[in-house]
Design a binder for this molecule. Sequence first.
Ligand code: GLN
Length: 463
Amino acid sequence: VSAVEVTQAHLDQIHAVDDKYNAFLYVGNESALDSARAVDTALGNGEAPASALAGVPLALKDVFTTRDMPTTCASKMLEGWVPPYDATVTTKLRSAGIPILGKTNMDEFAMGSSTENSAYGPTVNPWGDNRIPGGSGGGSAAALAAQQAPLAIGTDTGGSIRQPAAMTATVGVKPTYGTVSRYGLVACASSLDQGGPCGRTVLDTALLHEVIAGHDPRDSTSIDQPVRPVVQAAREGALGNLKGVRVGVVKELHSDSYQAGVLSTFDAAVETLRSLGAEVVEVSCPHFTYALAAYYLILPSEVSSNLARFDAMRYGMRVDNDGTKSTEQIMAETRAAGFGAEVKRRIMIGTYALSAGYYDAYYGQALKVRTLIARDFEQAYEKVDVLVAPTSPFTAWKLGEKVDDPVAMYLSDLCTLPTNLAGHCAMSVPAGLSPDDELPVGLQIMAPALADERLYRVGAAYE
Ligand code: GLN
């Protein structure tokens, strides 16, 4: 089949089912077909394909800038904004010949765990019965699950790639911090944000990983190191032999408060790893218990600073100015009207945590916990090659069930946050359906910084 046929088939599927799922905020019919045509023409001229994924279309989370499509971060604040430049990730996708089908729905500015915080309505999980798809990257995960796209890109600040992957039975990877450029990725919390690949198989995800990773001088936190050999690792893993691989089950991420069906599915997954030859041990990471509290101080602190740029002056929304209002009034009214409730909540928490007199007690303490978590990981990785845990303590809940209870919502990030705080990498791979509700469960595999290939080896063996 040609790239145009594949792309058209996915556009058709988007148009057929997206009324139901709302996975896309924008569909780039013409630009996607243009890219596909360019791939077909180049191949027709006997040129080598630009990458292994040339002509395979993709869904892009609406937090990466695209100069030919709006970038809204699912916020009213950026409604209709077409950026003047492409993110580095966008540029890499284009150079690899990957047609971009459109921009996917998300929680506003990537804050949330259910994609219900979108200003453009929630995304619905294709796994049925009015369930949330997870968040914040629920649109990308749902697009994969609904066969609207074979590949997608997400961002993971505290779990937004992995948790939706778990809830939709897809694969999602948060690469090592600093290995995928944040240039043109609209910032949520800069010390935690990382773009990453999503797919329906581990190998697809690995191929996409190699396309988007790499040093970028335009991102000051980008690591100047070669791209990890994740495709090779996925191929090796697919042989199904984990002899010599040491797997640690994190004791603190296995609790009676988790859904019973999640625990039993996870335990069965661990047995599968053992049967593939892995040596499985239990590992304790005592400070992981404080990850949630630390994250929900560090993240809002960074958010309160990063989102100050939406000041109604430089870009995005501005409330009507009848000529009588002061600059401060316009800023305040625009931010009041443009941001949703969760974004405002976090700006307020962050502003408070950073303020004089409270900084040491809150932000400073949270940073100390962050260091202790990184130490727990270091000690664990002296004994094992990868750590495993459920990706989320629960399967997909009903739409609306937790919207009035932010803390209940935050609890779904329990298992994913430590990786972000340490700057490490992790994958969620489908582990089967929970016996109590027949909904997908994710197996989370974690590895140290710059050892992303371990995720793929173990993930592909397990898959
Ligand atoms: N659910 C987490 C939060 O609300 C993670 C978000 C993310 O990874 N972007 O902050």
